[in-house]
Design a protein around this ligand. Structure first.
Ligand code: GLY
Length: 570
């Protein structure tokens, strides 16, 4: 090609780029699409390569997505102990290949002896760390009953074969990644503080990447679960060890609490966004209601033409988030204990009125929505995984111990961590929890009540077929990360991997600040948002997603490089 023709083509390309820039402030970088891992038949995306491998092995040996979900959940309890768990809880949202949908709530419950003011001193002030660190922070775990209920309803392989990979990992040893070694080291002091015995998470020397950790006690507990099912955890030896641990550390969980615990099948929350069907988690997760409220607020606007992470787009989204998180704080709680006005919160007229106070050139003050002053603490310690099998069954699971390594209490002799999920209750009206979230009566503590969650495992349909499986950890940022990821695909035309990689931002009503990932926004965008009144605060990371999209080329698995997350397909 002559130099002149090359010059002409380059000039034309520059003119086109300038023109495109004037017409549409879409994704600013012009680059070839970035895809995740592609698979023709099936896909697994989790927070840890070893757990992903377990899921793929189960699928390849003939298991369905739900068999794989059980095996992955249990494997994560071994290889990713800061969030994977048998001592915590979570939610499953599923869609079977025939379009049948459902959800399982295996969220923890407050023990029978719990009461509204259990974390307050005689002056009604919150006692520091009591709901986050140590035995009193733990709710009654739901994961094991959850896995058993999933197996009974949706599983196809023998339960024993789904537990075995986790046993093999616990007894065979887990090699620490760099990120895991660093997390283990970060919490050594707290492990020593709350455990009388020496746990397998502790080490004389700082842990290093490549070190192998063995979990013989956890392997034994998983063996009891494999052989006895529910009774292997909620009865007999394991239950006895939990109760003894509680007695040693002043916790409340009794044998009666354990025997009473039941995971619950619930109707998922279903709504629509730009002709896509959104299937997501209902109460006691706030996520589903919040996501539908947020999407309804975006739908009347052409944010595609406004552009990805442009000031106008961010302004609208944070103004919606401000109002939705205020609703969350006031109205949402365990529906078995509190009458939540779900229909009203999702009603078109209600939302139109609710959003009518949004100004398009100035932020609203959160004080004008409702009063409060809070501080937010970063935490990513929940985990999400997505699985699609060769039949087209989809499992979207978010599971948690709440904080990193939960309460830091390892049940002596049983080898697993207990959650600190009690902090997800509103321990005192208007006082923020570790995520800076406030609440009131709807989410106050009561015996056998489930604490409000933000976990938002979600499935999206397009043209009545499976389109996306989406979810993430991140405490209060879960809802806004899932929200942005859905918009990134549907409005901004990103691939699944691009939507996961995309830098994110977050507003939660209180504190009245917009958090954005470092390097997410250029100085002009920051300056424009500041001029509109937004208080902009950088944050190291938001979201750690594991998502799957059905494309014309097959399944795209998108694992988040913010963590050790890994997608594998075939
Ligand atoms: N523990 C985090 C959540 O459930 O939202």
């Amino acid at each position: 090609m002559s130099n002149f023709r090359i010059y002409l083509i380059q000039s034309l390309a520059v003119i086109l780029l300038i023109f495109a820039g004037c017409q549409k402030q879409a994704t600013p970088d012009i680059h070839p699409p970035v895809y995740g891992v592609m698979g023709k038949q099936a896909m697994v995306s989790t927070a840890h390569p070893a757990a992903t491998q377990v899921g793929v092995d189960i699928l390849k040996s003939g298991g369905n997505a739900f068999d794989a979900a059980i095996a992955v959940q249990l494997a994560l309890a071994v290889v990713y102990p800061r969030a994977g768990n048998i001592g915590g809880g979570g939610f499953l949202v599923y869609r079977q290949h025939d379009g049948n949908i459902g959800s399982l709530d295996f969220r923890e419950m407050a023990p029978l002896q719990a009461h509204k003011d259990m974390y307050l001193d005689e002056n009604q002030e919150v006692i520091e760390n009591l709901s986050t660190l140590g035995h009193l922070a733990a709710g009654v775990p739901g994961t094991v009953d959850g896995m058993i209920k999933i197996h009974q309803k949706l599983g196809s392989m023998p339960f024993k074969s789904l537990v075995q990979p986790a046993i093999d990992l616990a007894l065979g040893g887990v090699i620490l990644t760099e990120k895991e070694a660093s997390k283990f080291n970060e919490h050594q002091e707290n492990f020593a503080l709350v455990n009388e015995h020496r746990t397998h998470l502790q080490n004389e020397q700082p842990w290093k990447p490549g070190d192998t950790v063995f979990y013989p006690d956890l392997g034994q507990t998983l063996t009891l679960i494999r052989d006895q099912g529910r009774a292997g955890f909620y009865d007999g030896t394991t239950a006895q060890l939990i109760v003894e641990e509680m007695q040693r550390g002043g916790g409340l969980i009794t044998l009666e609490d354990l025997q009473n615990y039941q995971a619950v099948w619930r109707q998922p929350i279903v709504g629509h966004y730009r002709s896509h069907k959104i299937i997501t988690m209902g109460l006691p997760s706030s996520g589903g209601i919040a996501i539908l409220q947020l999407l309804a607020g975006v739908e009347p606007h052409d944010i595609e033409s406004w552009g990805f992470n442009q000031p106008k787009t961010i302004h609208l989204m944070t103004e919606l988030e401000r109002r939705v998180y205020a609703d969350r704080a006031t109205h949402l709680g365990d529906p078995d204990f509190y009458e939540v006005p779900i229909d009203m919160l999702l009603d078109h007229n209600y939302l139109t009125e609710r959003y009518s106070s949004i100004s398009y050139d100035r932020k609203t003050s959160s004080q004008d929505i409702k009063e409060g002053h809070v501080e937010i603490i970063e935490s990513m310690e929940t985990t999400h995984f997505s699985i699609v099998d060769a039949l087209g069954n989809a499992a979207s699971v978010t599971t948690t111990l709440n904080g990193s390594f939960g309460s830091k209490v390892v049940v002596k002799g049983a080898g697993f961590l207990l959650n600190n999920e009690m902090d997800d209750f509103s321990v005192k009206a208007g006082i923020p929890n570790m995520f800076g979230l406030v609440g009131a009566q709807a989410n106050s503590i009561a015996p056998e009540k489930r604490m409000l969650s933000s976990m938002t495992p979600t499935i999206v349909e397009k043209n009545d077929t499976l389109y996306m499986v989406v979810g993430t950890p991140g405490g209060s940022t879960i809802i806004t990360s899932v929200f942005q990821t859905i918009l990134n695909v549907i409005d901004h035309g990103m691939t699944m991997q691009e939507a996961v990689n995309a830098k994110k931002f977050h507003h939660q009503w209180l504190p009245d600040e917009v958090y954005y990932e470092v390097n997410a926004l250029d100085s002009a965008t920051l300056s424009e948002l500041s001029t509109m009144g937004h208080v902009m605060k950088p944050r190291s990371e938001i979201g750690r997603m594991d998502c799957i999209m059905v494309t014309d080329q097959g399944l795209e698995g998108a694992a988040d490089s913010r963590g050790d997350n890994t997608a594998m397909g075939y």
